[in-house]
Design a protein around this ligand. Structure first.
Ligand SMILES: NC(=O)c1ccc[n+]([C@@H]2O[C@H](COP(=O)([O-])OP(=O)(O)OC[C@H]3O[C@@H](n4cnc5c(N)ncnc54)[C@H](O)[C@@H]3O)[C@@H](O)[C@H]2O)c1
Length: 274
């Protein structure tokens, strides 16, 4: 990305909005952006959590603002886009559509309300973020978007149908926008991690919570801080995908090179595990 002939990195000195910034990966993004000279609007459905992130950023000597926003509510996201500009006294240059919730369980045991709940946050939340920020970026003549999907967008792990569908949607949205917005000087990156130790299991609707939370805390190959740093670096290098961990990369390779074999492997592993 160039401004007056100078190459600029979207993660440096950004005027950024991060959704779901009160915890986990969102908080790590907000802190890393502040370390890179940015001003950050930390939005979350949980205002107190967003305020905690702001306090951590202020300790670093950077500027941040807490805003309550439910990403599933279009009107609130529209307001967030307006408010961000006023608070930062500068147009937003980067939006990170990160807020998300976890949902697990067998397909036939999931209610339609469960589907609507997870789709409203994980998919519509990202659609709302892109919908209200893209016109502003076009007007500014530049901008950047990071959408937080998941390796679940391609792994198709059983007992995660609705979550997988929302994340596949986020990946497709990001891939399409990357192509469509390139001519407007708007960069897109989509983050697709496997396990990252955060509060997603504690906050989500998932069976075997204790076991899954143990796996998340003890078996993850990375941390939310490392994931945030890597994703911002990938954005700066104009890369569409961030696939942080070795297992995420392996599944990505298997799925693309041998999709039918991968589906059989998945079905057999699931049957054996049960
Ligand atoms: N942790 C993982 O293993 C993992 C793996 C792949 C992808 N992800 C994705 O990373 C993103 C961040 O999740 P996390 O792991 O940091 O979880 P987390 O639970 O630690 O943080 C999620 C944050 O989003 C906020 N939030 C929830 N619903 C919201 C809403 N409707 N509007 C605004 N904010 C809302 C929560 O209050 C919380 O602060 C999610 O999109 C998640 O799907 C996580």
């Amino acid at each position: 990305m160039r401004l007056f002939g100078k190459k600029i990195k979207p993660s440096q000195n950004a005027f950024a909005v991060v959704t779901g910034a009160g915890s986990g990966i969102g908080r790590s993004f907000a802190l890393e952006l502040a370390k890179r000279g940015g001003t950050v609007v930390c939005s979350d459905i949980d205002l107190d959590a967003a305020k905690e992130t702001v306090a951590l950023i202020e300790e670093l000597g950077a500027k941040a603002f807490a805003v309550k926003c439910d990403v599933g509510n279009a009107k609130q996201v529209e307001k967030l886009a307006e408010q961000a500009e006023q608070l930062m006294q500068h147009p937003t240059t980067l939006v990170i559509n990160n807020a998300g919730v976890g949902l697990g369980g067998k397909f036939d045991e999931m209610t339609l309300d469960d589907w609507k709940w997870v789709a409203n946050v994980n998919l519509w939340g990202v659609v709302h973020g892109c919908h209200y920020f893209v016109p502003k970026f076009k007007q500014l003549g530049r901008g950047a978007i990071i959408n937080v999907a998941s390796a679940a967008s391609y792994t198709a792990a059983p007992e995660m149908t609705a979550y997988n569908v929302t994340k596949a949607g986020v990946r497709a949205l990001s891939e399409t926008l990357s192509a469509e917005l390139r001519k407007h000087n708007i960069k897109v990156n989509v983050l697709c991690p496997t396990l990252v130790p955060t509060n997603i299991i504690k906050n989500g609707k998932v069976p075997h919570k204790g076991l899954l939370d143990y796996a998340l805390t003890n078996l993850a190959f990375t941390t939310s801080d490392k994931v945030a740093k890597l994703t911002l670096d990938r954005l700066d290098k104009d890369q569409l995908y961030t696939i942080p961990q070795i297992d995420a990369k392996l599944f990505w390779l298997m799925k693309r090179t041998a999709p039918n074999l991968y589906a059989k492997f998945l079905g057999t592993s699931y049957r054996l595990m049960k």
